[in-house]
Ligand binder design. Structure first.
Ligand code: SF4
Ligand code: SF4
Length: 333
């Protein structure tokens, strides 16, 4: 008999580091942004369950001095994750239900001018009880912090859904290490300035490629044209096209300094204790955010709609939680 437990067991056997299940009806009722709904029903109205898969990014790359090591590792993890999803989908079809992996790296151009797919893997993972969103709206798992990727398999199988976590995994404004480390000042109060982030996270991404192409097309003479692409920047774009390195997930800073996750304590705490980018302005901003929250000021990222993915009951250290939130590292890993 096909049960949620069997599907999770298979996903773990195929290589998932954590797995949870969300109901498609719940995801349809709670799109992250109702104006641009990312819901299973827009992909297929027949979908009943969405299986969230999580794969951790090995921490070693975050100890290196070269961002390329993280970027390359990211791509390996993403490819591996797609394979896990494919195997789960194939298994489900042997059980008489149809299933397919989420096209997780695809962006829907008509939705927003930023990476914005058909379904948000982060939000699905929250609904499936694997973690909550952090101050910079990265997905945070209690076991791996933000050093993990999420994706999903959509299926017509009716599977028992997991409970969503109700406490924040993120420590919040009193931590603000992601904000201190961000070279783009892109971390907002439970939000992100995606354009500012993209300057570092997509250093040689689509927008940079368009800028270079424009220079090429408007250059007056052939010599000038050639220089546009015969340059380190042109070469980096070429590498990005070949291997995606440099075009996506480029900046490791908010991932490597986040103290949430067993891997941080084990591998990263010493290396990343100091944050060179931290300055007085950033500290003042974090304090202001904390004061605003305490004063009950309106924070869009914590609106009655968005709090669902942040954790309705706020932050409590894991040891003080009243047994409501079973550790996903124990339950789902
Ligand atoms: S990826 Fe880099 S630029 Fe983007 S929010 Fe994180 S630290 Fe800032
Ligand atoms: S660095 Fe701190 S504030 Fe930022 S996501 Fe991690 S726990 Fe939350």
């Amino acid at each position: 008999m096909l049960t949620a437990e069997l599907v999770k067991q298979k996903a773990r056997e195929f290589g998932a580091d954590a797995v949870g299940i969300a109901s498609a009806a719940v995801l349809n009722a709670h799109p992250p942004d109702p104006k641009f709904p990312q819901t299973p029903e827009r992909i297929s109205p027949e979908i009943k369950s969405v299986i969230a898969i999580l794969k951790r990014i090995p921490a070693g790359a975050f100890r290196t001095k070269r961002a390329e090591c993280v970027q390359y590792m990211d791509q390996l993890v993403l490819r591996e994750m797609d394979k896990v999803c494919l195997r789960v989908a194939q298994f489900l079809e042997t059980q008489g239900v149809y299933a397919f992996p989420l096209a997780s790296q695809e962006t829907k151009w008509e939705f927003k001018r930023a990476s914005y797919g058909y379904l948000s893997g982060r939000h699905v993972a929250v609904e499936a009880g694997l973690g909550t969103l952090g101050l910079e709206v990265n997905f945070l798992s209690p076991a791996f912090g933000p050093r993990c990727y999420t994706t999903a398999i959509l299926t017509t199988a009716e599977l028992a859904a997991d409970r969503k976590l109700t406490h924040q995994v993120c420590i919040g404004e009193s931590c603000s290490r992601c904000l201190y480390s961000c070279p783009a000042d892109a971390v907002l109060h439970w939000g992100i300035d995606k354009r500012a982030c993209a300057q570092f996270a997509q250093e040689f991404g689509y927008s940079v490629m368009l800028t270079e192409l424009q220079k090429f097309l408007t250059a007056a003479d052939p010599e000038e044209r050639l220089k546009v692409f015969c340059s380190p920047r042109g070469y980096a774009i070429w590498q990005g096209l070949l291997r995606v390195v440099g075009a996506f997930g480029d900046c490791p800073r908010c991932l490597e300094v986040c103290p949430v996750g067993d891997d941080y304590v084990k591998w990263l705490a010493e290396e990343h204790r100091e944050i060179p980018e931290k300055n007085e302005q950033k500290v003042a901003l974090a304090k202001q955010m904390q004061a605003d929250r305490k004063a009950g000021k309106e924070v869009p990222g914590l609106s009655p709609w968005n709090i669902r993915w942040v954790g309705e009951e706020g932050y409590l250290p894991p040891k003080k939680r009243p047994g409501k939130n079973p550790s996903p590292s124990a339950e789902h890993a």
